[in-house]
Design a protein around this ligand. Structure first.
Ligand code: ZN
Ligand code: ZN
Length: 448
């Protein structure tokens, strides 16, 4: 490869295309050049034994195709040829020539996307509420952990494309670029449709993203669920029996709301929001989170696991010391569940093992700082909304639930904040308050 570089000072120029050789090195590079919407912009030697090939992909689809290509059998065959050729022709043992979707490479590529202000995350085709962290070469598809268990049990060579390590190593944080705006979510047409007006000041205690950057709100003061369009205008609402404390999108145009007491209300969010079935549980349901086919429900000192139809109940985690039902969030790979316990965050794994007893988020007196909500921003970053008198902070924690080093809190000078969610498509932080408003911030991911 080094020799190749010596002969080709201008990798991107025409000399590159005009060359005609038949060594496996060229086959390999030619293969990359054939991938649509991907182009080699630079090839450079980084040190004595390695070479960087810089490739630009003009769209996230192109990036996906590229990643699929380099772990395809055809590419692997070309690598095998290269290794054999080096061994036979040059007597070089070259076990370290291999291709895989290294998490580092993916992250570098994703970082480029972030700096253009777009956060791309790959939702599972089967589970629209769940991120893909795996790739199956047999089916040539990206998938989530739930899919691996249910549909790819016999597939060989499933690769982890986003690993725990990549979460921890990438060391990025979220930065607020600007406020996009504050939006009124109170339904008040006074004369037009008097029966539909919100009676009380809104209390947005739960929020979640829906497909196409729409937002679902739980207004616990008016016992209503509301959907906002991508311009944050209330476009639909429905009344529920009791205060909704939390909402969660579970895929297939369906969302669930945890109502005060022990019921879970299902709603269809396609077009106008519509109530569907109501499920009664035998315990309180405070917060909800969904990953793959699993619905997590927090209830006082216990975290339950259900399927998406509220069947197959299992106790995931029980801790008699917990007094208040925790807010919960699940990491993208489904391996970490974060519990907001009053003032601190506890992390458990997918089997319910206690991983981290109590990550002290604040250094100072924590008694005044209650965790109101938790959400996952992507990139392994966990956002925790903490409320204190006259000031609210959004803390950023890493995948392990540890405070990101040297990253200031995002301080929001808004009273009565209740809930947060993160729009990954548009890289925006949305905050729900108790004052008829939601507040939207444009964000970007920066290296820490
Ligand atoms: Zn899936
Ligand atoms: Zn498969």
């Amino acid at each position: 490869m080094r020799d190749y570089i010596k002969d080709n000072e201008d990798m991107t120029g025409s000399s590159f295309d005009e060359r005609s050789t038949d060594t496996p090195v060229y086959y390999l590079v030619d293969f990359i050049k054939e991938i649509k919407k991907c182009s080699i912009v630079d090839i450079s030697a980084t040190n004595q034994s390695s070479t960087d090939i810089h490739i630009n992909c003009t769209s996230s689809k192109a990036m996906e195709d590229f990643l699929k290509s380099i772990i395809s059998n055809e590419f692997q065959q070309k690598l095998f040829d290269l290794r054999r050729w080096l061994q036979v022709q040059h007597d070089i043992e070259s076990y370290d020539i291999m291709a895989n979707c290294s998490s580092n490479g993916i992250e570098k590529a994703k970082q480029r996307l972030h700096f253009t202000g777009v956060t791309r995350s790959l939702n599972c085709a089967e589970h629209q509420n769940t991120q893909c962290t795996l790739y199956c070469p047999d089916h040539d598809t990206f998938l989530c952990t739930a899919c691996r268990e249910s549909k790819h049990g016999t597939c060989l060579g499933i690769k982890q494309v986003i690993s725990e390590r990549s979460y921890v190593e990438q060391k990025r944080h979220l930065n607020i670029k600007s406020i996009k705006g504050s939006y009124n979510v109170k339904i008040d047409n006074t004369l037009i449709n008097r029966d539909n007006n919100d009676q009380y000041e809104c209390g947005i205690t739960g929020m979640c993203m829906l497909p196409n950057s729409k937002v679902l709100l739980a207004d616990s003061m008016n016992n209503r669920l509301k959907t906002l369009n991508s311009l944050y205008k209330v476009v639909s609402h429905c009344d529920v029996r009791k205060s909704p404390y939390s909402v969660c999108y579970i895929g297939n145009d369906t969302a669930v709301a945890g109502l005060r007491g022990n019921t879970i209300q299902y709603v269809n969010i396609l077009g106008n929001i519509n109530l569907t079935q109501l499920e009664k549980l035998d315990h309180v349901c405070y917060d909800l989170a969904c990953h793959g086919d699993t619905l997590y429900v927090s209830s006082k000192n216990t975290i339950y696991k259900y399927d998406k139809n509220c069947k197959q109940k299992q106790v995931l985690y029980h801790n008699p010391k917990i007094i208040y039902s925790p807010k919960i969030a699940v990491s993208d790979n489904g391996e970490r569940i974060y519990l907001g316990l009053r003032t601190d965050l506890t992390t458990i794994d997918a089997k319910g093992n206690h991983l981290d007893d109590s990550s002290q988020i604040d250094d100072y007196n924590t008694l005044l700082h209650n965790i109101c909500d938790i959400c996952i921003a992507g990139e392994g970053i966990v956002l925790v909304l903490k409320q204190k008198i006259l000031k609210n902070n959004v803390h950023q924690l890493d995948y392990n639930g540890k405070k990101l080093q040297a990253v200031d809190n995002i301080t929001l000078d808004i009273l009565f904040l209740r809930s947060i969610c993160f729009d990954r498509e548009r890289c925006r932080l949305i905050v729900g308050s108790g004052e008829d408003k939601i507040h939207v911030y444009k964000c970007e991911f920066l290296p820490s």
